[in-house]
Design a protein around this ligand. Structure first.
Ligand SMILES: NC(=O)c1ccc[n+]([C@@H]2O[C@H](COP(=O)([O-])OP(=O)(O)OC[C@H]3O[C@@H](n4cnc5c(N)ncnc54)[C@H](OP(=O)(O)O)[C@@H]3O)[C@@H](O)[C@H]2O)c1
Length: 245
């Protein structure tokens, strides 16, 4: 890193976001840390050094995001915004409560839309905005429930944003495979190619420093799923149906 970067991480209190905060602080970045739980963010910020800023918010609440943006404007232009906040509730579509489903859509998809509107004016010209999809958004798999549908939406939104902001903001898509966090600890199936949050954080930093639009990892999981997505339905659907048996 040539000059000191200022990086806003949303979803920093836990899991991949907290690991990313530790990894970027170790590289000398100044961080703005956001999530709903202020206390956990304060403990994290204190463990990282003295000059990081905690801005609690709820991405599904537009007003809390606009208040956060007012605070962040005072900090100065940002070099990167990394939006990782999301909710997850595993199970079959038939078993998910409608209220939980609405909360997941609101946090994951509408939340990403809010960030897509609120973040660009806070970035310097040429700054980077990364939204987080998932390999779960590539193709509808059994147990994917509405979480995967929101991630398919985030992928689509990020593709549109990449085209719309080209030339001013470097828009990126992060597509993790399975990472061992509070989110996936609720899965009752064996997760192939499971990564630690620290390994995921290093893959994200390397990808965001490089030039490709999509930062996807680990490749041993993401490439087969990309292949599944590229197949015609007559070939792909019998394969995914077998996963329910
Ligand atoms: N873990 C995986 O295997 C995996 C795989 C593919 C994609 N991903 C994606 O990677 C990202 C990070 O996941 P993770 O596994 O690190 O999850 P996690 O451990 O559950 O962390 C999620 C973070 O988002 C914050 N958050 C949740 N709802 C929020 C809201 N409404 N407003 C603001 N912050 C909110 C949480 O903090 P508070 O609860 O304090 O708000 C927490 O800091 C997510 O986008 C997830 O979909 C994860």
């Amino acid at each position: 890193m040539h000059s000191r970067e200022t990086i806003w991480i949303i979803g920093a209190s836990e899991g991949i976001g907290a690991a990313l905060a530790r990894a970027w602080a170790a590289r000398g970045a100044r961080l703005v840390l956001s999530a709903r739980s202020e206390e956990r963010l304060l403990v994290l910020a204190a463990s990282l050094g003295s000059d990081h800023v905690v801005v609690p918010l709820d991405v599904s609440d537009r007003i809390s995001l606009e208040l956060a943006a007012e605070t962040i404007t005072l900090i100065g232009p940002l070099d990167r915004v990394i939006h990782l906040a999301a909710l997850y509730d595993p199970g079959k579509i038939a078993d998910l409560s409608p209220d939980t489903a609405a909360q997941i859509v609101s946090a994951n998809l509408t939340g990403s839309f809010h960030i897509a509107q609120v973040a660009p004016p806070l970035l310097r010209d040429g700054g980077q905005l990364a939204l987080c999809g998932s390999v779960a958004g590539y193709f509808g798999l059994p147990q994917g429930q509405i979480y995967s549908a929101t991630k398919a939406g985030v992928i689509n939104l990020t593709e549109s944003l990449r085209a719309e902001l080209a030339g001013r903001i470097d828009v990126r898509l992060i597509s993790p495979g399975f990472v061992d966090t509070r989110l996936t600890r609720r899965n009752d199936f064996r997760m192939p190619a499971l990564l630690t949050p620290d390994t995921a954080a290093l893959a994200i930093i390397a990808g965001l420093m490089a030039r490709r639009f999509e930062v996807h990892f680990p490749r041993r999981l993401t490439w087969p799923l990309k292949l599944l997505r590229a197949l015609p339905y007559w070939a792909a659907l019998p394969l995914t149906r077998r996963l329910t048996q």
